[in-house]
Design a binder for this molecule. Sequence first.
Ligand code: SAM
Ligand code: DTB
Ligand code: SF4
Length: 344
Amino acid sequence: MPSLTAADHDLRHDWTLAEVQALFALPFNDLLYRAHSVYRRHFDPNSVQISTLLSIKTGACPEDCAYCPQSARYHTGLKAEKLMQVEDVVAQARSARDSGATRFCMGAAYRSPRDQDLDHIIDMVKAVRALGMETCATLGMLTPQQAQRLAEAGLDYYNHNIDTSEEYYGRIISTRRFQERLDTLQAVRAAGMRVCCGGIVGMGESITDRARMLHTLATLSEHPESVPVNQLVKVPGTPLESADPVDPLDFVRVIAAARILMPRSHVRLSAGRAQMSDELQALAFFAGANSIFYGDKLLTTENPEQDRDRQLLARLGMHAEAHAGVSARRAAAEVSNARRRAAT
Ligand code: SAM
Ligand code: DTB
Ligand code: SF4
């Protein structure tokens, strides 16, 4: 019988909460050393997966998520917009592809989509896929039938975040239960789509809450293929507008712990990068983050400008990860363009 390698031993689904808490209690350098060692056994540490987001339906959401500028309950000055036309979405996806993104993520401010909206979104998924990009959508809660329809349309990933620990969830959202998030994740898996699921750091949660959130993800029977770690973007008008800032080193600890717990997943350094220094982002990449949102906007808030990101990746000697449908040649050309721009 072939013997198991260290990489095989890294992958576990039976983590205890005490083990996860012990990771958070490690001295920073010990945690980073361990995370980076795991990272190198599973990935090229100089490669980063690049996604671009588009808000296809903005604002007027009936949910009360305390972090979210799109909830109808808060006065954030955001202009609500109806579901976009398919051709406008395709034009944005093409431009994201031409800038180097390999995955296009369509976000809608729904509690759950209506079936007639889903018809329209399915047309978007098919059209974006036809551009040779991976597709992702985040539309709120899905029924098993809706998940099945999206999977049949060719949707590659579904994003649905648990956001925080089950224990802290009620402090952030009162209009749905944590278990409902898990039910949708189950429906997405059963339909055969890949899962993108993570959370937010900086909502006043304790370190134990962060450990519990990662413990929930790392003990799913299959780890999410993509784990976005968002730093709260404090939007004026939301209940969390004045939340205490996160210690940047504590943010990196969450990335490192996610890397160790889910070694084969892409860990995304997600929202909040516009508020981070290049050095902090570099540390997050060292700790095992290997995916970013690229483009000047997230859904409704700012992301770093594309030029700043190109320069950062070039300074770090990092390159865009190609996916099967996108030629490695185009990704390489993108990196050499970025290097050229950074040098000028
Ligand atoms: N309505 C759908 C839902 O809630 O699943 C999809 C869109 S929602 C905007 C997607 C995710 O964005 C949320 O689950 C949350 O993790 C993240 N998010 C929203 N507002 C944020 C903020 N101000 N800072 C950081 N992350 C945020
Ligand atoms: C995720 O975890 N973060 C993204 C994406 N998945 C959908 C959204 C971040 C939103 C930040 C606030 C905004 O721009 O509205
Ligand atoms: Fe609505 Fe999603 Fe924002 Fe919650 S996070 S208010 S469900 S758009």
